[in-house]
Design a binder for this molecule. Structure first.
Ligand code: SF4
Length: 70
């Protein structure tokens, strides 16, 4: 997926999830944050170094933002 945002490592990371709001805004959720509080839910971009980085090998799902993700 191409993006105009400077995402750094998150762009190719298996743990990144693209969230689209009803208004068309995009957010990048780090799914590692769901089980490890040391990761930010919405990483400050661009992420240049990350101990949790894992290269994505499959297309990522795109989800809708829900209240519990705010
Ligand atoms: S693990 Fe690191 S590189 Fe991967 S999505 Fe989370 S913050 Fe970005």
């Amino acid at each position: 997926m191409s993006s105009s945002l400077p995402e750094g490592l998150c762009d190719s990371c298996a743990w990144r999830r693209v969230i689209r709001s009803d208004r068309g805004s995009m957010f990048y959720l780090c799914e590692r944050s769901l089980t490890d509080a040391s990761y930010p839910k919405y990483p400050r971009l661009p992420v240049l170094t990350c101990r949790g980085y894992q290269r994505r090998t499959e297309p990522e799902p795109v989800g809708r933002r829900t209240r519990d993700q705010s």
